[in-house]
Write a protein that binds this ligand. Structure first.
Ligand SMILES: [Zn+2]
Length: 145
């Protein structure tokens, strides 16, 4: 049995004309349209608590328990927060890609990106890392002398 193909007429509402490039919908990436302020201070507080607990465990009867203080370090990135300048919502920086408030959607619809006037969350986090790392180094040098 032989199957013959019948030529089909392209439906212009649903299919592109033959030879035309495929029609692609724009991907919605909320990260490109958000205006967020990154706040790492809760994670810094968590780091201080973990270090103090580790130091306290090292001075107990079983100093090997201080190794348990390493486990919470894996969860410290969850304590880095973002604050949306459009709707005021605060959440975990790790889950910032889930935040799409109406202002973000409107910016996406108009095709205007927020990055032209506002640094990205990642850039803010890198700047915070440099500032807090420098302060930590200064405190370590001051404590050593
Ligand atoms: Zn928002």
């Amino acid at each position: 049995m032989e199957i013959t193909r019948r030529p089909r007429i392209a439906d212009p509402d649903f299919e592109a004309s033959p030879g035309a490039p495929p029609v692609r919908l724009r991907d919605f990436d909320p990260l490109e349209y958000q205006r967020l302020v990154v706040n790492p201070f809760l994670a810094v507080f968590g780091l201080v608590v973990v270090v103090r607990v580790g130091a306290w465990l090292a001075e107990t009867r079983y100093p090997a328990l201080a190794m348990l203080a390493v486990v919470p370090l894996a969860f410290l990135p969850l304590l880095i927060q973002y604050h949306c300048l459009d709707c005021g919502q605060t959440g975990s920086y790790v889950h910032r890609d889930r935040h799409a408030c109406p202002a973000v959607g409107a910016r996406w619809n108009h095709g205007s990106r927020s990055r032209a006037r506002f640094p990205s969350g990642w850039a803010q986090l890198v700047v915070w890392g440099w500032i807090l790392g420098s302060l930590g180094l200064l405190l370590a040098v001051h404590a050593w002398n």
